[in-house]
Design a protein around this ligand. Structure first.
Ligand SMILES: Cc1cc2nc3c(=O)[nH]c(=O)nc-3n(C[C@H](O)[C@H](O)[C@H](O)COP(=O)(O)OP(=O)(O)OC[C@H]3O[C@@H](n4cnc5c(N)ncnc54)[C@H](O)[C@@H]3O)c2cc1C
Length: 431
């Protein structure tokens, strides 16, 4: 591989990298896609919910041969205390469309399939190589170096190497993330026969559901747990801010074990068998922590650029969309034969015009607001569950007494004005 030259080198064969490589190859560019895993997907962890729109933009009619698990027809949000839970959900026959709004996937299978699409379009996929540095000339990036010492040259390098992007650090685009800028997600895949999944989650055929869980389930830490249905397995996981894990000394796998014992979850996973345990960082610093997205000869996409919207459980779609926009920027730069920072600056403009930077911008303060007011994660779930309990209990007291008790409880624990203030501050944080 000594000093080979490509139009573009993409580092990392996750959703961002494959989208970028595939888009450029379709436009006739000579592209190398470098992946440190033995095969694409070997090292990747996700819930995993995949959004159709962004994939369809890269692989039209993907649903005809993509390894999809279940089409999501129901999205549920649970606010939990130690022994109770408020359940909100939305299920709709409108979700039965093809393609569905989103699907569950198994990343190992999906990434392999996705990378094959890129190869079929002409991308040179090289697996089992770890990039550990960038090559520079006159301050611009002109290629990469692997741990084996191979040097590969390109007009543009696209860094899609995920949460802990080594190469963007080597390029001087960002420092190591601070503990409060990343979350640690842990996940188990639990085997359960498909009939049991369909019965327990009220699903038919290949329909699926997602459940996001907030409140006591994360023991006061900033984050949430999730439970997704695959064809013959469940994905149960939790992600919390790394500084919270450090502060509380809670061990991620112990937290997951605790979650399995919660009365709302225990029955859903009863009799299942753990097939796999994995852990991965999630960059959650958001818009305020984003590194510069380009420099001369280099662009950053997906997790490498902190493109995650945890409020909406979105990451893979931002990765695919940004990978595609990065590729389109390179295609245009090639027409001008200009790969300077100024020329590649078009990438930021494209991101600003798309949902990517609009959503990142709109949600930029939400985590900080919750950090400043951690009661939101503890007092409110408790208040909500206690109020529901009071509302539903039949104990011989008149309803008006129960209503008074609810009001008294809110006054005592938070106060009506403080409650309005809390909700307003969150509303402003969402934009
Ligand atoms: C527990 C968990 C649950 C999640 N759930 C969801 C969800 O349900 N829906 C959703 O949309 N998002 C979810 N996400 C986020 C989502 O996984 C990421 O946003 C998405 O994978 C980002 O894609 P990417 O291509 O930028 O990075 P990645 O998928 O991380 O891919 C990076 C690739 O680069 C390779 N690589 C890294 N370093 C090097 C190197 N030096 N040299 C060569 N190759 C390298 C890696 O092996 C990997 O293949 C979840 C994340 C976690 C951790």
């Amino acid at each position: 591989m000594a000093d080979e030259k490509f139009d573009s080198i993409v580092v990392g064969a996750g959703p961002a990298g494959v989208s970028a490589a595939l888009t450029m190859a379709q436009a006739g560019l000579n592209v190398a896609l470098l992946e440190r895993g033995e095969y694409a997907g070997a090292k990747n962890v996700q819930g995993a919910v995949l959004y159709s729109k962004m994939l369809e933009d890269v692989v039209p009619e993907f649903w005809k041969d993509a390894p999809l698990e279940r089409a999501i027809v129901e999205e549920r949000l649970w606010v939990l205390t130690e022994d109770s839970g408020i359940q909100v959900g939305y299920k709709s026959a409108k979700y039965n469309s093809v393609p569905a709004n989103c699907y569950t996937i198994i990343r190992v299978e999906f990434d392999k399939w996705f990378a094959k699409k890129a190869e079929a379009a002409g991308v040179t996929l090289i697996t089992g190589v770890t990039v550990d540095d960038v090559l520079k000339k006159d301050g611009d990036i002109i290629g990469v170096k692997t741990t084996e010492g191979d040097r590969l040259l390109a007009d543009v390098v696209i860094a899609c190497d995920g949460a802990n992007s080594i190469i963007s650090q080597k390029a001087g685009l960002h420092r190591e993330w601070k503990p409060e800028e990343v979350a640690l997600g842990v996940k188990e895949v639990l085997f359960l026969p498909r009939e049991k999944i369909e019965d327990r989650f009220n699903l038919e055929g290949d329909q699926g559901s997602t459940t996001e869980m907030l409140g006591d389930i994360t023991q006061g830490m900033l984050g949430y747990a999730f439970l997704y249905t695959n064809k013959e397995s469940l994905a149960l996981g939790v992600g919390c801010a790394v500084d919270d894990f450090q502060r509380t000394r809670i061990k991620p796998y112990e937290l997951l074990e605790e979650i399995k014992r919660h009365p709302m979850i225990r029955r859903l996973i009863a009799g299942s068998k753990t097939l796999e345990y994995s852990a991965h960082l999630i960059p959650e610093g958001g818009y305020n922590s984003m590194p510069p997205l380009y420099t001369g000869g280099m662009l950053l996409a997906g997790d490498a650029a902190q493109m995650i919207n945890p409020t909406h459980r979105e990451g893979s779609n931002l990765a695919m969309a940004s990978g595609k926009l990065a590729a389109e920027t390179v295609i245009e730069a090639k027409k001008r034969n200009n790969y300077s920072a100024r020329s590649l600056g078009l990438y930021r403009k494209k991101l600003e015009e798309s949902f990517v930077l609009k959503d990142m911008d709109d949600h930029k303060d939400i985590e900080e607001k919750v950090r400043q007011n951690r009661d939101i994660m503890t007092i409110y779930p408790k208040l909500a569950c206690e109020s529901a309990h009071e509302y539903f209990i039949v104990d011989g007291l008149p309803k008006r007494d129960h209503q008074r008790r609810i009001i008294r409880r809110i006054r005592r624990q938070r106060g009506i004005f403080q409650m309005i203030k809390d909700f307003m501050s969150l509303r402003h944080a969402i934009g």
